[in-house]
Design a binder for this molecule. Structure first.
Ligand code: DGL
Length: 264
C-alpha cells in the first residue's frame, strides 16, 4: 500500500510549485501529477464548476491506483472545501496547512490568490473549522498569474502591479501572508519588497509537504524508500508554454515528458 503513487493535481502547470516541495521533502515517493491544462484557468470560474472539474480529475487519478490525492491548486482546494466529495483515498488540500502555519505566527493573517480563492471565503471557514480565532485579510491578485506565465517575475512592471495589489495590506500589521496561488512563490522577492521582508511569506507547498509526514495513519502511509521516487506527468493539453513554465517552476529538477490524457 505505502509504495503506491501519490496523485497531485492542478488546473495547469503552476501546481509544480507544490510538486517541487513534495519531491524535495519526500524523495522516496512516486508521484503522478495531473495538470488540467485544457480547461485552465480555474481561478476565474465559479466554485461549482471548479468542484465539478476537480471531481473528474480525482476520478482519473484513481485509475492510476494512487494512495492519496493532493489538490495543489488553491482555487480547486477552495472549491473542494466548500463542496467536498467522497473518494476512496485521503485527499489533502493546500488551504488547511497554510491556516495551521499562519496560526503559529498569530493574528492577523493575509491571503492573496485568485478571485475564486479569495472570494470563496474558504480560509475564514477553515480557520473556524480548525477552532483558530484569527482575523484574516485577503486580496485577489488575478493579474499576477499571467505575469508569471510570461516569465515577467523580475520585471519593473510586475513589481508595480504587485505593489498596487499589496500596498493596502502593507498597512494592516499582518503577522504572515499566505501565497495562496500556485504561481505566487515565483513572485516572492517582489512581494517581500512590498513588506520590506517584515512579514513571513507562507509557501503552501512546503507547509503541505510537512503535513503529509504528520498525517500518516491507517488509511495513509508514506513509502519506506528513502529516494528514487518516480514522477509521471499527465496533462489534458500540451502547449508550447508547458516546457518553459514547468522548467522555471521546477528550477532544474528533471521533468519527464508529459503524457496527453483525456478526462472523458
Ligand atoms: N492554479 C491556480 C490556483 O492556484 C492558478 C491558475 C488558475 O487560475 O487556474 O489557484
Amino acid at each position: 500500500m505505502s509504495d503506491r503513487p501519490i496523485g497531485i493535481f492542478d488546473s495547469g502547470i503552476g501546481g509544480m510549485s507544490v510538486l517541487k516541495e513534495l519531491r524535495r521533502l519526500l524523495p522516496g515517493e512516486d508521484f503522478i501529477y495531473l495538470g488540467d491544462t485544457a480547461r485552465l484557468p480555474y481561478g476565474t470560474k465559479s466554485l461549482q464548476t471548479i468542484a465539478k472539474y476537480s471531481e473528474q480529475v480525482c476520478h482519473k487519478l484513481l485509475e492510476y491506483d494512487v494512495k492519496a490525492i493532493v489538490i495543489a491548486c488553491h482555487s480547486a482546494s477552495s472549491s473542494f472545501l466548500n463542496f467536498p466529495f467522497e473518494l476512496s483515498v485521503p485527499i489533502f488540500n493546500v488551504v488547511t496547512p497554510s491556516c495551521e502555519q499562519a496560526a503559529l505566527y498569530g493574528s492577523p493573517m493575509g491571503v492573496i490568490g485568485t478571485r475564486a480563492t479569495t472570494e470563496g471565503g474558504v480560509y475564514q471557514k477553515e480557520l473556524t473549522r480548525l477552532g483558530i480565532d484569527m482575523k484574516i485579510y485577503s486580496q485577489a491578485c488575478p493579474l499576477l498569474v499571467p505575469l508569471v506565465e510570461e516569465a515577467w517575475e523580475d520585471d519593473p512592471l510586475t513589481n508595480l502591479i504587485v505593489y498596487r495589489y499589496l500596498a493596502p495590506l502593507e498597512k494592516l500589521g499582518l503577522k504572515s501572508l499566505v501565497l495562496g496561488c500556485t504561481h505566487f512563490p515565483m513572485l516572492s522577492s517582489s512581494i517581500d519588497r512590498v513588506f520590506q521582508k517584515q512579514v513571513p511569506l507562507i509557501e503552501p507547498g512546503l507547509a503541505l509537504a510537512k503535513t503529509l509526514k504528520l498525517k500518516q495513519g491507517d488509511n495513509f502511509q508514506l513509502s519506506k524508500r528513502i529516494d528514487s521516487g518516480q514522477l509521471r506527468i499527465l496533462t489534458t493539453d500540451i502547449s508550447p508554454l508547458f516546457q518553459d513554465l514547468s522548467h522555471r517552476i521546477m528550477s532544474g529538477i528533471e521533468i519527464p515528458e508529459p503524457e496527453l490524457i483525456n478526462l472523458n
